[in-house]
Design a protein around this ligand. Structure first.
Ligand code: PLP
Length: 390
């Protein structure tokens, strides 16, 4: 199998699994217990909190463990409106993950004003429109740090400073960016940040929300005193330990692996762009995560592409995994103005530190034939294939 869908989820690192195992089997004590069998687990939770904080340039007490990136996003958004009751405006973008868009749309239905800022053809945020939208009524600004479909990175530090100028809270969904983009939150105006374990070679079902020490906060999940009254529920000890290890490894690998992965991605992109007629790369070339390639093929049906790739043992995606069940075009591609004839032929190939040169070679060898085959099954596609041959 060739796994090129790391933005959907990633393989758990063996070292992460090894650190988790004792907490799944023998060390099952509740960390809140008075007896040593439970309370001896607590230092491992503290260590994990420290490792997460290190990766994002924060203080350990600013890290709250949650069940996933989606919970972190929902918590940040609900908390912001709860602690700013006199403000009724939320700003986000048109290219957010549904974990941000849906809670914002719920708030709109509840009477909040929600502004979704546009992006340009390269996926860049319209900063002027954002600046004009900010006002004294804005409770929260929430922008994705790196887009899950295109890998396009927003200038989060600058966007957070702009939010501060009107006294709004600033949240970023950094689920795709953590471990790939260097971060120093202590020196920024970011109030809250969401991250998720399974996107950085940690386990699923664990995430974290960074909340700056001085940022007002209201818990989303109530019912217990865990996480210093900030997130109720018995701690998922093994997953927390795993997330901590995954963050430690991500920090150690960040610069070297980013360079290697970027070279692999760029080589793959160059070869595919050169060998397959009528393609377009989605997202500004210099603005992207090092691991992500979103490439669209004119008159090629993406479901057929994904099926044929799967038959060859290649796992890829058409964009957001959360959209693959629906027939709608991706809201991200629509926001970027991707032309209609490319809209249904989007392929996202996302690499990781486990991706090898041989795997890239195989994709580069197989994909041109697969695109040609898929195109041959439609009239417009057939025309394109014969025109490009002649
Ligand atoms: N935000 C972004 C940008 C994502 O890519 C994802 C996962 O696809 C999420 C949030 C949701 O994270 P989780 O799967 O941990 O709930």
């Amino acid at each position: 199998m060739i796994y090129m869908d790391n933005n959907a989820t990633s393989r758990i690192d063996d070292d992460v699994l090894a650190e988790m195992e004792p907490y799944l089997r023998d060390e099952y004590g509740n960390p809140s217990a008075v007896y040593a069998f439970g309370s001896r687990v607590r230092p491992r939770l503290d260590e994990a909190r420290q490792r997460v904080a290190m990766l994002i340039g924060a203080q350990p007490q600013e890290v709250i463990f949650t069940s996933c990136g989606t919970e972190s996003d929902n918590t940040a958004i609900q908390s912001a409106v709860d602690v700013m009751p006199s403000r009724r405006h939320i700003i986000t973008s048109r290219v957010e993950h549904l974990a941000v868009l849906e809670p914002c749309r719920r708030l709109r239905a509840a009477g909040y004003r929600v502004t979704e800022i546009d992006v340009d053809g390269e996926g860049r945020l319209d900063i002027e429109q954002y600046s004009e939208a900010l006002d004294e009524d804005t409770a929260l600004v929430s922008f994705v740090w790196a887009n899950n479909e295109t890998g396009v990175i927003f200038p989060i530090t600058k966007l957070a400073e702009m939010a501060k100028s009107v006294g709004a809270l600033f949240h970023t969904d950094a689920v795709q960016a953590v471990g790939k983009v260097p971060m120093e939150l202590g020196n920024s105006s970011v109030d809250m940040l969401s991250l998720s374990g399974h996107k950085l070679h940690g386990p699923k079902g664990i995430g974290a929300l960074y909340v700056r020490r001085e940022t007002p906060y209201s818990p989303f999940i109530a019912g217990g005193h865990q996480e210093r009254n900030r997130r109720a529920g018995t701690e998922n000890t093994a997953a927390i330990v795993g997330l901590g290890k995954a963050c430690e490894l991500a920090a150690a690998n960040l610069s070297v692996e980013n360079e290697r992965v970027r070279r692999l991605r760029d080589r793959m992109q160059e070869a595919l762009v050169g060998r397959i007629p009528a393609n377009r790369v989605n997202g500004g070339l210099n603005l992207r995560l090092p691991n992500t390639l979103s490439i669209a093929f004119k008159h090629a049906e993406e479901d057929a592409l994904l099926g044929a790739l799967s038959d060859e043992g290649i796992c890829a995606s058409s964009g957001s995994a959360c959209n693959s069940e629906t027939l709608d075009s991706s809201h991200v591609m629509l926001a970027m103005g991707v032309p209609a004839e490319y809209l249904n032929g989007v392929l996202r190939l996302s690499l990781s530190r486990f991706t090898t040169d041989d795997e890239v070679d195989e994709v580069v060898e197989k994909l041109p034939r697969i695109v040609e085959q898929v195109r041959s099954s439609s009239i417009l596609g057939q025309e394109l294939v014969s025109n490009s041959r002649s």
